[in-house]
Design a protein around this ligand. Structure first.
Ligand code: DGL
Length: 266
C-alpha cells in the first residue's frame, strides 16, 4: 500500500458518528489529509448482520486503498466487532485502527463499582464485547443498555429534538437507577449527545469515550512506521452513500469546516 507520508488516512463509519473521531484525529494530527466515508445509505449498522457489515467494510476499504490511503480508521464500534479481524487478515501490512468501548478505563475509574455502557445492539451482543468484559470488568458491575433508534435521530443533525431527548432519557434512567457513576459512550455517534446527557445526569457522573485514545493509537502506529505527514495543511474529503443534501447540511454542525461532499455510489 501507499508508503507516502502525505498520503491520506481513510476514516469510515456507518454515518456521521465517526466525525467525533475525525475531530480528535484532526486535533492531534492537524497535518494529516483525511478521507471520510459515511455509509448513511445503510444505517443503522447496529441492527444489521455481521456478514452485511463485513461486506460494506471491505467495499469501503478497497475504495480507500484505490485512493492511496496510507492507513484506515474504522471509526465505528459496531463495524469493529463485526469486521476488524477480517480486515486485518485481508490487509496485514496496512495500518488499521479500530474502536473499543471504554470498558477498561471505566472499570478503573468507577468508585461506586457500577459502570453503564450505552452502545448498539450489535456491539453489545458480540463475542468481542463479552471478551472485553471478561478481561477488564471482572471486579465491577456492568449495566449494558442497547439504544435502538438513537443513531437515526442523531443523523438528522438536530441534537436537541424532543424525540431525541425522550428516547435518550429512557436509555439513561436505568443506568442511573442501577447506581452507575461512570457511563461509557460505546458508539461513535454518542459523543455528540454529551450536552444533552449533561442535562440529564448529575455532574458527578463521568462520560467516557475512546475517540482521543484512537487518535493517539493512530499517531503511534504512523510514527512507528515512519508515516506521519510531513507538513502539508489538513485537507478533508467526504463521501456519503446516503442523501447528499442532508449530509451537506449536517457537516458544518458536527465538523468545523463545510468541506465538499460527494456521493459514494458503491
Ligand atoms: N457509529 C456506530 C458505532 O460506533 C454505529 C452506528 C450504527 O448503528 O450504524 O457503533
Amino acid at each position: 500500500m501507499a508508503r507516502d507520508n502525505d498520503a491520506p488516512i481513510g476514516v469510515f463509519d456507518s454515518g456521521v458518528g465517526g466525525l467525533s473521531v475525525l475531530s480528535e484525529i484532526n486535533q492531534l494530527l492537524p497535518r494529516e489529509s483525511l478521507l471520510y466515508v459515511a455509509d448513511c445509505g445503510h444505517i443503522p449498522y447496529g441492527e444489521k448482520s455481521p456478514e452485511f457489515i463485513r461486506e460494506r467494510c471491505v467495499i469501503v476499504a478497497e475504495f480507500f486503498r484505490a485512493q492511496g490511503a496510507k492507513a484506515l480508521v474504522l471509526a465505528c464500534n459496531t463495524a469493529t466487532v463485526a469486521a476488524a479481524a477480517d480486515l486485518r487478515e485481508r490487509y496485514p501490512d496496512w495500518p488499521i485502527v479500530c474502536m473499543e468501548p471504554a470498558v477498561k478505563p471505566a472499570a478503573a475509574a468507577t468508585r461506586s463499582g457500577v459502570v453503564g455502557v450505552l452502545a448498539t445492539t450489535g456491539t453489545l451482543q458480540s463475542a468481542k464485547f463479552a471478551a472485553l468484559l471478561d478481561r477488564f470488568a471482572a471486579d465491577v458491575q456492568v449495566v449494558t443498555q442497547p439504544c435502538p433508534g438513537l443513531v437515526e435521530l442523531i443523523e438528522t443533525g438536530d441534537l436537541a429534538s424532543p424525540a431525541l431527548r425522550q428516547l435518550l432519557k429512557g436509555y439513561v434512567d436505568p443506568l442511573l437507577e442501577a447506581g452507575c457513576d461512570t457511563i461509557v459512550l460505546g458508539c461513535t455517534h454518542y459523543p455528540f449527545l454529551k450536552p444533552l446527557l449533561r442535562e440529564m445526569i448529575p455532574a458527578s457522573i463521568s462520560l467516557i469515550d475512546t475517540g482521543a485514545a484512537v487518535a493517539r493509537q493512530l499517531q503511534r502506529l504512523l510514527s512507528q512506521q515512519d508515516l506521519l505527514a510531513s507538513g502539508h495543511p489538513l485537507t478533508a474529503q467526504f463521501w456519503t452513500s446516503g442523501d447528499l443534501e442532508n449530509f451537506r447540511n449536517i457537516l458544518p454542525v458536527l465538523w468545523k469546516y463545510s468541506d465538499s461532499v460527494r456521493s459514494f455510489g458503491l
